[in-house]
Design a protein around this ligand. Sequence first.
Ligand SMILES: [Zn+2]
Length: 194
Amino acid sequence: MSSPVNSPYALRVRDLAHRPGEMREHSLDVEVPDAMGAGVIAVREGAELHLDVRLEGLHEGVLVSGHASGEATGECSRCLIDISEPVEVDFAELFAYDVSEDFDFFVRDDHVDCEPVVRDAVVLSLPFQPVCRPDCPGLDPETGERLADLEDHTPREVLDPRWAALGGFQSDDSADSPAGSTPNQSPEDDGRTA
Ligand SMILES: [Zn+2]
């Protein structure tokens, strides 16, 4: 195993290891050496990640907890323009003194390497299908143009004629109904706001 000492995410814990109750707080800025995330959006290599880390000495190891903030960049999964989103994640893991099957992380060479813990938290927070905006209309399937850029584009509304008829009926009905009551409503009527 390589020494954690060279990792930019490594923190020295010699002064609190095996001292239950000891606590230290660190704030560090890491220039990400290896991208976090393999999808269309990721915290890229060279991006800045800010970490606030709390180290607490426990009997069986060092509890590493904290918050990471940075920015993920990539492209909209619908219209392919460049996008970026803030990354704000919390993490907490115990780094054990003794290698055992009960733990996933260990204190080595008097250091804890937060990298895998931060990486897991960041990667899990990234959207699987990021979009530039929630209602991004995507690309024109024929021309490949970005629909949001086309001035005369209006989203196609899918109108079910049955709901249209019901809409007129319901406005009369609700005017006569006491607030909160839902007379004669079947579960299907939940769609009336559509
Ligand atoms: Zn988009």
